[in-house]
Design a protein around this ligand. Sequence first.
Ligand SMILES: Cc1ncc(C[n+]2csc(CCOP(=O)(O)OP(=O)(O)O)c2C)c(N)n1
Ligand SMILES: [Mg+2]
Length: 351
Amino acid sequence: MAARPKKSATAASAKASTHKPLPTAVDAPKPEEFSFEQEMMAYREMLLIRRFEEKAGQLYGMGLIGGFCHLYIGQEAVVVGMQMALKQGDEVITGYRDHGHMLATGMSPDGVMAELTGRRGGYSRGKGGSMHMFSREKNFFGGHGIVGAQVSLGTGLAFANRYRGNDNISVTYFGDGAANQGQVYESFNMAELWKLPVVYVIENNRYAMGTSVSRASAQTDFSQRGASFNIPGMQVDGMDVRAVKAAGDYAAKWCREGKGPFILEMATYRYRGHSMSDPAKYRTKEEVQKMRAEQDPIEQVKHRLTEAGKASEDDFKAIDKEVRDIVGKAAEFAQNDAEPDASELWTDIVR
Ligand SMILES: Cc1ncc(C[n+]2csc(CCOP(=O)(O)OP(=O)(O)O)c2C)c(N)n1
Ligand SMILES: [Mg+2]
């Protein structure tokens, strides 16, 4: 296995390690150039997530969304790049910061937004809200509010695929905070022992609520959290959609070849607060501004295409308009659709 990868932006902020590279450390592959179509597709998908989230934030401010709501703004390259590495039949599961994952799997913006506003056209018929949505059709398994709980469920999805003898993989997303939960390590043990086809994607956005990684984690190289179980892992620039896709391809291939689980640590960043109420005292405005200005995943694609003379301002304007229309329509639907009937209280439950 290759030597330890160069330190990512995230790892660089942690204390320098004096340990030797672990044998489970894998170098991130050099990202391949995207074709024009791939660049435009990635741009559009990331923009759709961003505009959707901005609109959700607005509706929340208007009092139209009840309960919790965690926005994904800043992290878009992770789900879009990973989705580009998947095939039909692969499964996705994540925590509560889940709108981006749903849209990336192809779930309808109308259905997601209507779930946020608690309407009957929502994916859980208005009964689940932001953190509890699912789609069997798109193989999206939630949406989970208990930090780390999706990791054992995602491992179970991989077990089912192994048991059925298909070549589907489970992509199980969780955060840097969730990575300190005990059930993560019970899952790691079983996944490696039984060589389950699961890609663990740790979205290291540097904070768990208001606690920075360095204040909460004894070992901040999350790609090596599976070392004691012999699970290989790599650190990935999660702000560059091409780097994510390349790493996703590598990990997916590993799993499909029957080699067991793989860990991808995505160095990413959330621009907004943890949830809709966040005192924002744990980091400076300058830190957020610097990430936005220097590493924004959407701007990176736009910049590349513009520099290469492959797309013009008009091309981007056309995509922006298309995306705004989709999101505007979703918001309309989410405000005008009826609330669920009271009889819905008795559906989808075990009696
Ligand atoms: C078992 C459990 N403990 C605590 C909480 C409260 N809580 C909600 S989100 C969160 C932080 C998780 O951070 P991270 O895993 O980094 O995900 P991020 O919010 O950054 O996406 C905590 C502690 C919870 N929901 N579940
Ligand atoms: Mg986090």
